[in-house]
Design a protein around this ligand. Structure first.
Ligand SMILES: Nc1ncnc2c1ncn2[C@@H]1O[C@H](COP(=O)(O)OP(=O)(O)OP(=O)(O)O)[C@@H](O)[C@H]1O
Ligand SMILES: O=C(O)c1ccc[n+]([C@@H]2O[C@H](COP(=O)([O-])O)[C@@H](O)[C@H]2O)c1
Length: 195
């Protein structure tokens, strides 16, 4: 791993539908190894979301405020369903900084099929976080490198969580505590005031 990898700004986009304990730990751990971590709530072109982008932004904002780390920022202006748009905005905002796009290992096979994937990989380094159940195949890494990408594996261990597990199986234990009052008040993801 190159020494300078960790001097970049770490960018983590999320559907935040809803944010999970995994997102909380991921953001916290990234904030320990990168000088600055930036997140935002976004639409994903291949998902149908359970609630509006604005609502998901509010949830992520509440989580980021609860984590309360000085080098962790929510920057909703970066939000786009296309990573290339996000990265163009980030490059404009921080013209002299290196950027590293953070993804969980479940997205490694998807990235080569993203809109303007080569351009995406040229705008930022790729920081891959191991995700339980999603081993990283060498052939996938080679594919990313062939497309001009510079992937690095991040030494993080994040618990097995998924937003879809919360809304498909009502696994409320994966919801960060700070989000429970809003989710109950607004009857989101199967939670209600009575619970
Ligand atoms: N538990 C986790 N471990 C490692 N990476 C994670 C984890 N949860 C989410 N991520 C990564 O964080 C980013 C945002 O994830 P996302 O908001 O899609 O959550 P998700 O749990 O994967 O949602 P869904 O279940 O709907 O697919 C993605 O790059 C994803 O790979
Ligand atoms: O640019 C693309 O083609 C593209 C396709 C799928 C996902 N993304 C982005 O990847 C980020 C993570 O998405 P998600 O749903 O896993 O949270 C989010 O910021 C999406 O906008 C981007």
């Amino acid at each position: 791993m190159k020494n300078n990898s960790y001097s970049s700004i770490a960018l983590l986009g999320t559907s935040a539908d809803p944010p999970t304990i995994g997102h909380k730990i991921l953001l916290t751990e990234l904030s320990k190894i990168f000088p600055k971590v930036v997140t935002w709530a976004s639409d994903n072109p291949s998902k149908s979301h359970k609630t509006s982008l604005n609502q998901r932004y509010e949830l992520l904002n509440t989580l980021v405020e609860a984590i309360a780390l000085p080098n962790l920022e929510l920057k909703q202006e970066l939000s786009s369903k296309w990573a290339i748009k996000t990265l163009e905005r980030a490059a404009k905002h921080w013209p002299n900084k290196g950027l590293i796009l953070i993804i969980g290992s479940d997205l490694v096979t998807d990235i080569p099929h993203w809109f303007e994937a080569k351009n995406v990989l040229q705008h930022a380094q790729l920081g891959i976080v191991p995700r339980e159940g999603w081993p990283i195949g060498n052939s996938n890494l080679e594919k990313i490198k062939e497309m001009g990408g510079t992937p690095i594996l991040l030494p993080l261990k994040i618990p097995e969580t998924a937003s879809s597990t919360i809304h498909n199986h009502l696994l409320f234990s994966q919801i960060p505590k700070a989000l429970l009052p809003i989710l109950k008040k607004k009857n989101l993801y199967g939670l209600s005031q009575k619970m």
